[in-house]
Write a protein that binds this ligand. Structure first.
Ligand code: R5P
Length: 304
């Protein structure tokens, strides 16, 4: 009589972590920090531009999908498809780790005839996922991400990571935020770093054109400009020029999300910024500050 030997099955863990091909570096760090096994989502592009996602069914009740959503339009669709695939394959809880969350800046109807993109995308993701974790989601007009995302949504502050760099690089410097909306955040960074801080008054005249005015500056020759996002680089470049005109000789810039248009970095250096450093939420040559430890701790809390 022959006996059938059951094929070896993976033990059911607490969670499975799934990465898209473009997020594997960040996902590997998360997997290492949390001890969660990593699986890959594969992508297929149809000739008409539609996408198909495929993955191994999860061997746990909870599945964690990792992807930063810059260049968002196709990625958002693929991420929603992946959430559906995970649920249909048995995941009872599906969590999204999006180190960068897009469409958060259009958080009000700035002009008649425009949408509130933050609410549209927040609702879509909140309905598809049970939990969403991100870093610095540009919450300027609301206080918490779950106000626009109907799930267990959390936007972590990058202030501890940025303040640690300011502290580490020492010297008497002051922390500068380019706009008034960033004041609570800049204050938190300044206080944690033991440095003075100021914020400017910014007016936007177009996608790439801004004007910034600063109040009286602290008596220090080094400033660290801090912004949550750098896209065209216009905000930081204009802020750096204003600081230089006011007599600040050394200017560094810290950015959480390095979206950076192709010419943005050279624009910043041309404006007199010495070092430009970013968190590694979006792969870029300026990545120097690791966000994964912060997000891993929050993920573990969410899973428990
Ligand atoms: C705006 O409110 C954000 O905090 C950033 O200042 C802005 O997105 C930066 O964009 P850009 O680099 O194109 O000036």
């Amino acid at each position: 009589m022959t006996r059938t030997v059951p094929s070896p099955q993976k033990p059911r863990g607490a969670a499975c972590l799934y990465t898209f091909p473009d997020a594997s570096r960040f996902a590997r760090q998360l997997a290492r920090a949390t001890g969660i096994e990593m699986e890959r989502v594969t992508l297929h592009g149809f000739p008409d531009g539609e996408s198909l996602v495929r993955m191994q069914p999860p061997v746990s009740d909870a599945a964690v999908l990792v992807r930063s959503l810059h260049n968002p339009n196709t990625k958002l669709v693929e991420t929603l498809l992946a959430a559906d695939a995970l649920r249909r394959s048995g995941a009872r809880r599906v969590i999204l780790i999006a180190p960068y969350l897009p469409y958060m800046r259009q958080d009000t109807m700035f002009h008649p005839g425009e949408p509130v993109s933050q609410r549209v995308i927040g609702t879509l993701l909140g309905q598809a996922f049970d939990g969403v974790l991100t870093l610095e989601a540009h919450l300027h007009r609301i206080h918490r991400l779950d106000e626009v995302m109907p799930c267990q949504a959390q936007s972590l502050s990058a202030a501890p990571v940025l303040a640690a760099w300011v502290r580490r690089t020492g010297g008497r410097c002051f922390v500068v935020g380019p706009d008034e909306e960033s004041e609570p955040w800049i204050r938190a960074i300044g206080q944690a770093a033991g440095a003075k801080w100021i914020v400017g008054k910014k007016e936007r005249a177009g996608d790439r054109r801004v004007r910034i005015h600063f109040p009286a500056l602290p008596p220090s020759s080094r400033a660290v400009l801090v912004d949550d996002i750098a896209s065209s680089g216009g905000t930081l470049a204009v802020a750096a020029r204003a600081l230089r005109r006011a007599g600040v000789s050394t200017i560094d810039a810290l950015v959480v999300h390095a979206i950076f248009a192709p010419d943005a970095l050279s624009r910043l250096h041309a404006a007199g910024i010495r070092h430009v450093l970013s968190c590694d939420t979006i792969p870029h040559s300026t990545n120097a500050l690791r966000a994964a430890p912060l997000m891993a701790a929050a993920l573990q809390e969410m899973l428990s």
